[in-house]
Design a protein around this ligand. Structure first.
Ligand SMILES: [Fe+2]
Ligand SMILES: [Fe+2]
Length: 147
């Protein structure tokens, strides 16, 4: 990881990665490939949401006092988890996948335009330290899993 990476940049890389997977899912033509992509999307989102809830959101709230933004983020994660639970039962339901994609893109936009902007303006928040914690936790959570 380059030294200059900050936590928001790292989280945004996850956002971009999952956006690419949604595109691949829509372009995929066979069920086996779609199932594989659905699994990757679900896995990416689970790890990402867990890291935000464990590390980024609480640290953000502590530094900024923005409890409302954290609650809103967690609420949107919960909505995404409900869609994910349905998709696990039916990974080939393209309509459901579109619903998840819409929900995630909306949520990601909120994070970029409110939380991340605020985080970068908050001097007491060390986003480089936070990036190191996030990387470490991500390695733990993805250890032993296929890339
Ligand atoms: Fe999030
Ligand atoms: Fe996020």
């Amino acid at each position: 990881m380059p030294q200059h990476d900050d936590a928001c940049t790292l989280l945004d890389e996850d956002h971009n990665q999952v956006a690419r997977l949604f595109e691949q899912y829509k372009a995929a033509h066979d069920g086996a490939h779609q199932k594989l992509l659905a699994r990757q999307i679900i896995q990416e989102l689970r790890v990402h949401m867990k890291i935000e809830e464990e590390i980024f959101y609480p640290t953000f709230e502590q530094a900024t006092g923005e409890a409302g933004l954290r609650q809103e983020g967690e609420h949107e994660h919960q909505e995404a988890r409900e869609l994910i639970a349905k998709l696990q039962k039916d990974p080939l339901d393209a309509k459901l996948m579109l619903e998840l994609e819409d929900a995630i893109l909306h949520h990601v936009n909120d994070e970029r335009e409110t939380m991340f902007l605020k985080a970068r303006k908050t001097k007491s928040l060390n986003l480089v330290d936070l990036a190191v914690q996030i990387e470490a936790r991500k390695s733990e959570l993805t250890a032993g899993q296929p890339a």
